[in-house]
Write a protein that binds this ligand. Structure first.
Ligand SMILES: Nc1nc2c(ncn2[C@@H]2O[C@H](COP(=O)(O)OP(=O)(O)OP(=O)(O)O)[C@@H](O)[C@H]2O)c(=O)[nH]1
Ligand SMILES: [Zn+2]
Length: 196
């Protein structure tokens, strides 16, 4: 972009967008809208302000558990980087420890770090898998994301029922078919299509 808008307040940018789209940001109902939009967008992208290491903190515990740990149906809201429209659904995260386990809630916190950014579903899936792989150093990791994309629903191709499923695996989930099978069975076995 040629002109430098870096010094322009966020609220002015939103007011200008409203104007360009044909409405009046000065009318009563919209007076506080630029402020609200800034607050909402900052919340929806707060993943840029944190890291996997920061959210996991000290919640790693020495434990010799050699079986799969799966946290499934973690709800997820993100924004697609192409249209800045929401995509949303659920995430299933599994790992097999290698001498240490992670606090369960941190699994969902890891998902939040990466879904609260502008994303494509494939990268979100890979980033959650890689973060768990790096932070916990387990024997293996498996991540599945199932999502509806509003950019395919309320505009564009206008398909209301399609679900996009992506997966990312590391370690034994890649090397051992039986582990991968167990993960897919536990995560998707009684698969109910995402309800809206
Ligand atoms: N692979 C992938 N594509 C995505 C994701 N979110 C949105 N998209 C797609 O990004 C593509 C952008 O395509 P373009 O042709 O540049 O944009 P567009 O003209 O708005 O495309 P339509 O949505 O087909 O109208 C579309 O096919 C979207 O469906 C995602 O998470 N992963
Ligand atoms: Zn999109």
């Amino acid at each position: 972009m040629s002109s430098d808008l870096s010094g322009v307040p966020y609220t002015d940018l939103v007011a200008e967008m409203i104007r360009r789209l044909g409405d009046d940001p000065e009318r009563e109902g919209m007076l506080k809208t630029p402020e609200r939009v800034e607050k909402a967008m900052r919340f929806l992208t707060h993943g840029y302000e944190t890291t996997a290491e920061a959210v996991v903190g000290d919640a790693l515990f020495e434990e010799h558990h050699n079986n799969m740990v799966l946290v499934k149906d973690i709800e997820m809201y993100s924004l697609c980087e192409h249209h800045l429209l929401p995509f949303f659904g659920k995430v299933h995260v599994a790992y097999i420890p290698n001498g240490r386990i992670m606090g369960l809630s941190k699994t969902a916190r890891l998902v939040e770090v990466y879904c609260r950014r502008f994303q494509v579903q494939e990268r979100l899936t890979e980033q959650v898998a890689q973060a768990l792989w790096d932070v916990v150093e387990p024997q293996g990791v498996g991540v599945i994301v199932e999502a509806h994309h509003l950019c395919m629903m309320m505009r564009g191709v206008e398909k209301q029922n399609s679900v996009t499923i992506t997966s990312a695996m590391r370690g034994v989930f890649l090397d051992d078919p039986a582990t991968r099978e167990e993960f897919l069975h536990l995560a998707m076995g009684s698969h109910r299509p995402l309800s809206r």
